[in-house]
Design a protein around this ligand. Structure first.
Ligand code: ADP
Ligand code: MG
Length: 268
């Protein structure tokens, strides 16, 4: 994608914007192509579940959406604004440092490994970024942390350290921490894959609550039952491409593509 076509994409999109508009997202590692030009639109309030075999590029795609990886080509617009670029005199210039960090704060991400800061309590984990990055006042950040811990069902664990929490509790704190930045979009990368089975549901319930509250979510998951219940749309990815997408009922009951069918017969 040329700078001009990136700029044109940005200009067109702003007129009638889905919250997320990704075009031609392409990524290689060491000469091996991992994403072959992915297009994706996600509406405000939509819940999209991304499924597909291991190694198909799901994590890389999520990481490209929030610029943890910079795509080799393509563009992501969040609410019409190009992520990873600033616009100067109509041209897009790669954002770095603070400008990039500030754009990335619009997108919350929760990983498979609940990577809380081990030397901080749940409360400190949650208030850290708002206070340090957003310059939110400490008492406001504290009040928000308390509200978020209630939301994830852990209001009694505000002053607990991660090591004293179960995996499911740590992951719920990680969700609260991401929400503390008031992101416009939340990305989840296999949020329950590292959990003991008995803790999977408590985390899925929190995510379901976010979907019901109208947050915009993109969730990579192997929990097909969950995807069926919460997703507005399921996307099947294989070998760096979107192979098939649609409403859960369509994709899961009546997959059109052989690769989707083969994948579903293994996981369902
Ligand atoms: P998925 O999340 O669907 O399992 P990934 O996006 O993690 O797939 O990986 C897609 C492919 O890209 C895999 O072959 C993986 O080995 C490769 N890959 C991912 N990240 C890197 C990296 N940082 N360096 C080299 N190869 C990578
Ligand atoms: Mg992955």
């Amino acid at each position: 994608m040329t700078v001009q076509s990136r700029t044109d994409t940005a200009d067109t999109a702003r007129q009638n914007v889905p919250l997320v508009l990704a075009r031609g997202i392409t990524k290689s590692f060491n000469g091996t192509s991992v994403l072959h030009g992915i297009d994706l639109d996600v509406d405000r309030g939509e819940t999209v579940c991304l499924i597909g075999p291991s190694g198909s590029g799901k994590s890389t795609f999520l990481r490209c959406l929030n610029l943890l990886e910079r795509p080799d080509d393509g563009l992501v617009l969040l609410d019409g604004a190009p992520i990873g670029y600033t616009q100067t005199d109509g041209a897009l210039v790669e954002a770095r440092g603070r400008a990039l960090a500030s754009q990335r704060q619009e997108i919350g991400m929760v990983f498979q490994q609940f990577n809380l800061f081990p030397h901080m309590t749940a409360r400190e984990n949650i208030v850290e970024a708002p206070v340090r990055v957003r310059r939110v006042g400490r008492s406001e950040a504290d009040a928000r942390a308390e509200q978020l811990m209630r939301r994830v069902g852990l209001e009694d664990k505000l002053d607990a350290y991660p090591e004293s929490l179960s995996g499911g509790q740590q992951q719920r704190v990680a969700i609260a921490r991401a929400l503390a930045m008031r992101p416009a979009l939340m990305l989840f990368d296999e949020p329950t894959s590292a959990l003991d089975p008995e803790m999977v549901q408590e985390v899925l319930e929190v995510i379901r609550g976010l979907a019901e509250d109208g947050m915009t979510l993109i969730i990579v998951t192997h929990e097909i039952q969950f995807a069926r219940d919460v997703a507005d749309r399921i996307i099947f990815m294989d070998a760096g491409r979107i192979v098939e997408q649609g409403r859960p009922g369509e994709i899961l009951k009546n997959p059109q593509n052989d690769r989707t069918r083969a994948f579903l017969s293994k996981v369902a």
